[in-house]
Ligand binder design. Structure first.
Ligand SMILES: Cc1ncc(C[n+]2csc(CCOP(=O)(O)OP(=O)(O)O)c2C)c(N)n1
Ligand SMILES: [Mg+2]
Length: 800
């Protein structure tokens, strides 16, 4: 027999008997509505005994985590009311979706946002029916859920999201439930260290709750099965002050919870006061809670003779054979009635006023917190005119510049200009300086609340550059920061950005869904700069060579993803300016940090980036009728292509060559596939049907085929790119190993132009000789041939 009406008056503590009774009733209501969402399509108030007709044909959702989440929600509500808190609630086990829907319904947010889910019997019926129902709402804490910035379907990111939300939001408290299973993931394990980057003076607070309900889907959790003292030591080792709350008697636990939360919030207030009023700069030990409550608390204790409550069996749907076993239907009826719905809802199905009144009002309701709909709070970045940072081109290709260093100056200026509004941060896994963005660090410094030594440089408690050697943390912080209405930039080594492939997936999904939700306002785009690229891993070699993040992002929805490969500094500036101003995208910028030739003036760069791809007339001699198109995308491929063009002119002076550079990869797709896609007519103008295209691409070659396979001239597009050949070798040898070098491109062109067929054999011979010479030289000298290393675009063709 389940007994869930609770013995509210049994214990003593900070809650008055009346408030305790109401809070427990409120919690019962949330649990009732959670169970109802999982099971029922009719009879929402149990006005008659449940029948099979009332039950959904497919029982989809998760019960186990939900009562714990609901318990916390009720307590946050009290604290918000009593302390006038600005509170965001992040749920690691996002499969507890029914709980968040139930609570935002009870507090009224849900009906305000979705008026058809009324505060009456019909509304509850719709609320139940829509859950995990085709064209209804998802089972998780999805973008559709009011008050959410965290889906939680993929476990591991709750705590970084919470910290990302808290940065630069000094009045915000982010309560964050970490599932004890979730706590086993790598990203979550490292996230505890976020407290070394959170400044009580300028940032908000994060209140982590480690929810030890003891189980995952099918196993106990590690942290639930180590001695409690060891767990507390672990949390202390992470720098927190752990509190513990344990039990399963609601009456006792409500009182204890109220007491412990009062203490924890007093601790937070004291930490903030010390920093804000008393000038303390010490790193505080922020409070965190270890909450031990049963998985599936208040649900069926036994099903088919097996224990369910407080076991992994409570994870999903505890009674899942309703249609096969009459006993399951009877147990469901009994379970739902144990919450005493008649005490919670009036005869019309309205949540009773005396209970509803203990929820916060208006914007203080967690379902209505504006930080969870960051676009509402988004202030545009102040971005200086990027022309002021442009590289002056005195002769195309005649001088080398580190493109990312130029971008660093722009980012520095953006940082300075937005210092007051504190809504821009730059994130990187210990690579900001290595990626030559060092200028952005000067002035603002790097966030650091841990110890410092005299040898340290630029570490600062108020730093706005976030560096930690965890791509997961960089990504998660940035997501949390963006989702709460701010702006950011993430620079990363190209190969290692794969570490967050899955997080990027989840963010892309979030963005895709929010586009269809009118009340979710657009947020700033997630901007990646990948530098330290595959072609120039001079110090590192094969482990650092992987351009596949491009392919990864290509799988995402066209209306979410943008991919740019600017070939020089001015195009990088133009693209970055555009990305920083954009909304609701994932922008990927791939640009090298090594000294490299510069090709376009600012005006040309802007025009080129606007169309996304185009002929470089100064490098072409096709007179409008090319015999071969030499296409390139990426800085190193552009260099090799232009060097090949020179070789071709030398070998076949009358060959009509067109050079096309691609900066916006998505422009290669048809318009039907991507909004940036070039119309077929324009594509055919650039790449005329029947004319061979030798395409040098930064990444894996098949990516270009994938993008262009529907184009009329696709059969004539021959792509060279990275084909997983690499080691620690010279820059040019990397090109040779992957057949993207100038000699190969020259040979390719000669072999593909029909009228040069007679020269093909000689060209093959020439190619072999060049490669042999190159190999012998690099093997002997450990460096590239001087004519390769010092190659320049011909001066006579270089005027702008
Ligand atoms: C990264 C990831 N791996 C695996 C899963 C599949 N999964 C869903 S719920 C779950 C167990 C979660 O346990 P816990 O974090 O303790 O949550 P709770 O007990 O509160 O349900 C697992 C493994 C997932 N969602 N995400
Ligand atoms: Mg668990």
């Amino acid at each position: 027999m389940v007994e869930n009406s609770g013995s509210e008056t049994a214990s003593t503590g900070p809650l008055s008997p009346e408030l305790l009774a109401k809070m427990n009733a409120y919690w019962r209501a949330a649990n009732y509505l959670s169970v109802g969402q999982i099971y029922l399509k009719d009879n929402p108030l149990l006005e008659r005994p449940l029948t099979l007709d009332d039950v959904k044909p497919r029982l989809l959702g998760h019960w186990g985590t939900t009562p714990g989440l609901n318990f916390l929600y009720v307590h946050w509500n009290r604290l918000i009311r009593e302390r006038n808190l600005n509170m965001l609630y992040i749920i690691g086990p996002g499969h507890g979706g029914p709980g968040l829907v139930a609570n935002t319904y009870l507090e009224g947010s849900y009906s305000e946002i979705y008026p058809h889910i009324e505060q009456n019997k019909d509304g509850i019926k719709r609320l139940f029916r829509q859950f995990s129902w085709p064209y209804g709402i998802p089972s998780h804490v999805a973008p559709e859920t009011p008050g959410s910035i965290h889906e939680g379907g993929e476990l591991g990111y709750s705590l970084v999201h919470a910290y990302g939300a808290a940065f630069d939001n000094p009045d915000l408290i982010v309560a964050c439930v970490v599932g004890d299973g979730e706590a086993e993931t790598g990203p979550l394990a490292t996230s505890w260290h976020s407290n070394k980057f959170l400044n009580p003076l300028t940032d908000g607070a994060v209140l982590p709750i480690l929810h030890l309900n003891g189980y995952k889907i099918a196993n106990p959790t590690v942290l639930a099965r180590i001695p409690h003292a060891e767990l507390e030591d672990l949390m202390r080792g992470y720098g927190y002050e752990p509190f513990t709350l344990e039990g399963d008697d609601p009456a006792i636990l409500h009182q204890q919870a109220a007491a412990v939360f009062d203490t924890m919030l007093d601790r937070i207030a004291a930490i903030q006061k010390a920093a804000r009023e008393d000038g303390s700069t010490a790193r505080p030990a922020w409070p965190m809670l270890i909450l031990r409550t049963p998985k599936g608390w208040t649900g069926p204790k036994f099903v088919d003779g097996k224990p369910v409550e407080n076991t992994w069996r409570a994870h999903q749907v505890p009674l899942d054979q309703i249609f096969e076993k009459p006993e399951h239907l009877r147990q469901l009826d009994e379970w739902m009635r144990s919450y005493k719905p008649e005490e919670l809802f009036d005869e019309k199905g309205k949540f009773r006023a005396e209970l509803a009144e203990i929820a916060p009002k208006g914007r203080l309701r967690m379902g209505m917190n504006e930080h969870a709909n960051g676009g509402l709070l988004l202030k545009p970045l102040k971005i200086p005119n990027f022309r002021e940072f442009a590289v002056k081109i005195e002769g195309r290709g005649q001088h080398d510049v580190e493109s990312t260093r130029v971008l660093g100056r722009l980012l520095h200026a953006v940082m300075e200009d937005n210092k007051e509004q504190k809504n821009f941060r730059v994130f990187g896994p210990d690579e900001t300086a290595s990626n030559r963005l060092g200028d952005v660090i000067t002035g603002t410094g790097k966030a650091w609340m841990a110890e410092t030594l005299p040898v340290d440089e630029n570490l600062s408690e108020t730093g706005r550059v976030m560096e930690v050697l965890s791509e997961h943390m960089c990504q998660g912080w940035l997501e949390g920061y963006l989702l709460t209405g701010r702006h950011g930039f993430f620079s990363c080594y190209e190969a290692f950005i794969h570490i967050i492939d899955s997080m990027a997936n989840q963010h892309a999904k979030w963005l895709k869904v929010t586009r269809g939700i009118p009340w979710r306002k657009p947020i700033a785009s997630l901007n990646y700069l990948l530098s330290s690229l595959v072609w120039r891993q001079d110090h590192n070699g094969f482990s650092h060579q992987d351009p596949g993040f491009i392919d990864h992002l290509l799988n995402k929805k066209a209306d979410v993803v943008r991919i740019y490969l600017p070939p020089d500094a001015n195009t990088l500036l133009s693209v970055s300016d555009h990305c920083l101003r954009s909304r609701n995208y994932i922008n990927l910028i791939v640009a090298g940090k090594q000294p490299a030739p510069q090709w376009l003036t600012t005006d040309e760069a802007i025009a080129h980036c606007t169309t996304g791809l185009g002929v470089w007339p100064w490098a072409s001699n096709d007179a409008g009728k090319p015999e071969v198109v030499m296409a390139c995308c990426g800085d190193v491929p552009t260099l090799e292509t232009l060097a090949a063009v020179c070789l071709l002119r030398d070998k076949v002076p009358d060959l009509r060559i067109r050079v096309v550079n691609v900066v916006d990869l998505m422009a290669l797709q048809p318009t039907s596939e991507h909004p940036h896609g070039l119309p077929d007519e324009d594509f055919d103008q650039l790449f005329p049907v029947g004319v061979p295209v030798i395409f040098a691409f930064h990444g894996y070659p098949w990516c270009i085929h994938r993008l262009t396979y529907r184009r009329h001239n696709h059969d004539n597009i021959h792509v060279r790119g990275y084909k997983e050949e690499g080691t620690t070798t010279t820059p040019f040898d990397m090109c040779v190993l992957n057949n993207i070098d100038r000699f190969q491109l020259t040979l390719d062109a000669i072999k593909r132009v029909p009228r040069l067929a007679a020269q093909a054999d000689a060209a093959e011979q020439w190619y072999s000789e060049q490669i042999q010479r190159h190999k012998l030289y690099v093997a002997e000298n450990g460096d590239d041939l001087p004519e390769i290393k010092n190659w320049r675009w011909p001066k006579e063709l270089s005027s702008c």
